[in-house]
Design a protein around this ligand. Sequence first.
Ligand SMILES: *Cc1c(COP(=O)(O)O)cnc(C)c1O
Length: 395
Amino acid sequence: MKYQSAITHLECTLTGEHFDASHPHRTNPANGKPLFARYDLEKAKATLTKDSLADRPTNMWRYREVMPVIDDANIITLGEGGTPLIKADRLAQATGMESVFIKDEGVNPTGSFKARGLGAAVSKAKELGQMRLTMPSAGNAAGAMSAYAAVGGMEAHVFMPKDAPIANKVECEAYGAKLTLVDGFITDAGQMSQRAAEELGLFDVSTLREPYRAEGKKTMGYEIVEQLGFEVPDVIVYPTGGGTGIVGIWKALDEIEQLGWIGSERPRMVCVQAEGCAPLVAAYDKGEEFAEPFPDPRTLAAGMRVPAAIGDFLVIRAVRESRGTAVTVSDEEMVDGMVEMARTEGVFAAPEGGATLAAMRKLIVEGSISKDERVVLLVTGNAHKYLDMLPSGMF
Ligand SMILES: *Cc1c(COP(=O)(O)O)cnc(C)c1O
């Protein structure tokens, strides 16, 4: 063990109350709010230096000190992370911008950035002796959990709405998970997963209902800063469902400042949601701290079809503190974004990725992104898993 985790404790994101990180906590039992892993960053800083990065692995575990797993033997990795930050010059030209980047998370194991979150969460669950996992998922999270559980020799239970993309169902079964198709929404699947957790003694790794998926996803923030030569971009455009990624990146930036790699400068965080499922945008627009559940959620982008997010206040906080914004795009605009990204940059983005381009275009027209700003579009997954969902005639 050349480098060691500097994890110290878990902290309630609402009250700041501390919890012991050596126990399998999920949320704060008193208020049901998410817990964040905290680290001794002074200690981490001694070894996690810019210079030391040169000879570290090119996956997300390169930021070893700020990852939650203590014993290296518990790390289950498929090489997640280390994804390219593509300088999208043709796309920049087409949108009248000087500098646009695509962070292409579609090249991750299992085809989406869910590999980061579940790579971290499944590894930590193993370390905490939780060998039987469950989650509700409408898509990519389930595949990622199932793959990491397979490698870890663990049991995976998945509760999935039956209208989920075919690829997501098939991959879970291929990885050996126990798949239950649910006639209902993701919220119904969530209730079934919770019941199964209680009845069968399974550990529920739903997003932000355990502390470590955010730790995996935060590594996108570390990578973006590192790939920009230890600078932050002006804007990060993020397709938001449960919000783990946007919240994780925002957390990472604070850690990175404390590590001394950047100062107090921050990108503006843009939360993009689908018109047919936009609880966080609605709450942001109304100036509220928490979001109301979004009735009858509908969108092609399964990863953004999350009508109620437990980390709602954390997403809204990140957007406000960063002086960013929250916008919706239609499914049609997402698909146009996918096609344009494919044709200009050769990136076959999931609809969620297409949504970031549609959002950037809107914000340019509105005047809230200017031509000379550096924008990072988070392409969270690959379109290959959505082929059966795409509208016919989109090309
Ligand atoms: C899960 C998912 C999202 C939403 O991610 P959060 O971090 O939970 O908001 C976006 N895009 C894709 C492709 C996803 O699978």
